[in-house]
Design a protein around this ligand. Structure first.
Ligand code: ADP
Ligand code: MG
Length: 277
């Protein structure tokens, strides 16, 4: 009943808070500098729950850095990132009208990060473990799940990504597309609320791209919130709720695919699309 203007989620910061009305991701005036290199120059982005946001942009425009800031793989140098209504990496305190940010304990950061799944361009599977063992690893080692439970869930996830017949194969015995599907199953094993994909198909031979995009499309249909850096324009058109075009550390243009891809307003967006379409 107090402070009607402030959503409860932001007021309490407790896990029980109802955050269903807030976006899954809220990036505000985000800056990231590496030494003298100013990579993100004030990025504002919202990703609604259950939606898919596809990020396009030329190499070096800051797409990977933006994703890494969402997952706290990078320490931000200005602005804020909220996931599920929670400030990532920082605790906010206010005294006498001014706001101060305090770095969170690494253990708290690790806990926040465990709610976010990430899939990279390179598959990053553990080479000495089978597909099944790769998917079981985090639930057993990080969350402390019983092996039998983790195994059952891993088998379910490998079936979901179409790899029931490959569970005992090692990464080296799998194609790039199969490895990437294992990587997706592995990320899903921690029951993330948000999945981040950084050019998940750009290291694949062209004939293997479709099978990975199909798994991602299926995941999107199931209601997963996803942020995807990809230049697969067909995927963006079909699956994205929002397309974001980045250049030189800023968001140049954003909107539904029917606007950003099919009727871009900005010259830089038009120029980029003319090279990838
Ligand atoms: P994109 O994913 O769009 O290709 P990145 O986010 O990888 O772009 O990189 C954006 C810019 O930030 C590039 O100029 C890159 O060289 C620089 N950069 C990225 N990571 C680092 C780092 N760890 N140290 C210094 N510069 C970096
Ligand atoms: Mg990148």
């Amino acid at each position: 009943p107090t402070d009607p203007g402030i959503p409860d989620a932001q007021k309490s910061g407790s896990v029980q808070a109802d955050r269903s009305g807030t976006p899954m991701v809220e990036v505000r005036e985000l800056h990231k500098e590496f030494g003298h290199v100013h990579v993100l120059k004030g990025v504002d982005l919202e990703v609604e729950r259950g939606s898919v946001c596809v990020i396009l942009g030329p190499s070096g425009s800051g797409k990977s850095t933006l994703l890494r800031c969402m997952n706290e793989l990078e320490e931000i140098t200005g602005g804020s990132v909220l996931v599920d209504g929670e400030l990532m990496g920082f605790r906010e305190t206010t005294d006498k009208g001014s706001t101060r940010l305090h770095r969170l304990h690494p253990r708290v950061i690790a806990k926040q990060r465990s709610r976010i799944g990430m899939v990279f361009q390179r598959f990053n599977l553990f080479p000495h473990m089978t597909a099944l063992e790769n998917v079981m690893e985090a639930p057993v080692q990080v969350r402390g799940d019983a092996k039998s439970k983790a195994r059952a869930r891993a088998l379910e996830l490998l079936e979901r990504v179409g790899l029931s017949d490959r569970v005992d194969h090692y990464p080296a015995q799998l194609s790039g597309g199969q490895q990437q599907r294992v990587a997706i199953a592995r990320a899903l094993a921690m029951d993330p609320e948000l999945m981040l994909f950084d050019e998940p198909t750009s290291a694949l031979d062209p004939e293997l791209v479709g099978e990975v995009l199909a798994v991602m499309q299926d995941l999107a249909r199931s209601g997963m919130t996803m942020v995807v850096v990809s230049h697969e324009i067909g995927f963006a058109r079909e699956v994205a709720d929002k397309v974001v075009f980045m250049d030189d550390g800023v968001i140049v243009e954003e909107g539904p695919p029917s606007e950003v891809i099919d009727a871009p307003r900005e010259a830089r967006t038009k120029d980029f699309l003319s090279h990838v379409l």
